[in-house]
Design a protein around this ligand. Sequence first.
Ligand code: PHE
Length: 338
Amino acid sequence: TQYTSEILAFEPSSAEELEIFRIKFLGTKGIIKDLFDAFKAVSPEEKRLLGKVLNEFKKTAEERYLQFKDAFESGSGADDAKLDLTLPGEGFENGSRHPLSLVRSEIIEIFKKLGFTVAEGPEIEDDWHNFSALNFPQEHPARDMQDTFFIKKDAENGDIALRTHTSSVQVRMMENGKPPFRSIMPGRVYRNEAISARAHCFFHQVEGLYIDENVSFADLKQTLFYFVQEMFGEGTKVRFRPSYFPFTEPSAEMDISCTICGGDGCAFCKHSGWVEILGCGMVDPNVLENCGIDSTKFTGYAFGMGIERITNLKYQIKDLRLFSENDVRFLKQFQSEI
Ligand code: PHE
């Protein structure tokens, strides 16, 4: 009885006090252990009576212990007495949109103003849509430019792979419709590259396609120039360098004046004043014909950019891995309306 009232009156104010209590009553050398040892020596009649009392006592001590143990672990406990319930709550933090989806929406909004619609397609593609229709000959080294993740090698019906670019969506669009086409294709793409600050095994693209009668390289330049002014601000310069893609002829890569130093030269643009943001060109007539479009009547342009690259420039992010690590300290810096 004496111990029972001690137990019931016990109100620890710290985890240490609770531990002392545990050792005293419930420990391997504690009071309860002693009592159970002594219990072995009593007569059978006494055992019946005492057994019940002892078990009851043990239960009381354990319950008291567990009650406070839980409280200390969940961070309340004796501090409850000091708790001021009139204080405002801590509230929940709102989530925020991922920087890549913010920039993706921004890109889409800009092209929508120019009349582009949005098209999507599968991430698992066949050889035809990812390569052959786009004028990549079999065994051509250009296929190696895009380190492909193959899912199924099939010489007869064509390999199945994770798409390496969203140009595959352009093929699907041309095959299934009639010109004019004016669309952008945002989506995730995959390349078998070692993960580092500058490369990843997946990234996101927005490609664009415009096919109609009399579409010229001048149309391409003006569209991309407009995009850059909207995305990076009025006065951002652009330059085109000749390049090669199997599906466009002529092909170019487009640079913009570095958004960090304004073109004066900094570490971000490697002191050149320019950063590459996309590849583009006039759709090769072979591609049009492969997709059932009369290349004597129609011409068009295509372009493709990486959303990561645009985001890096906009927010001065130097390590691609940040986009897929889900570190909330990084992510919560991108607060937005939606
Ligand atoms: N598909 C190319 C790539 O992924 C980009 C591109 C698209 C280039 C359209 C030119 C025209 O690298």
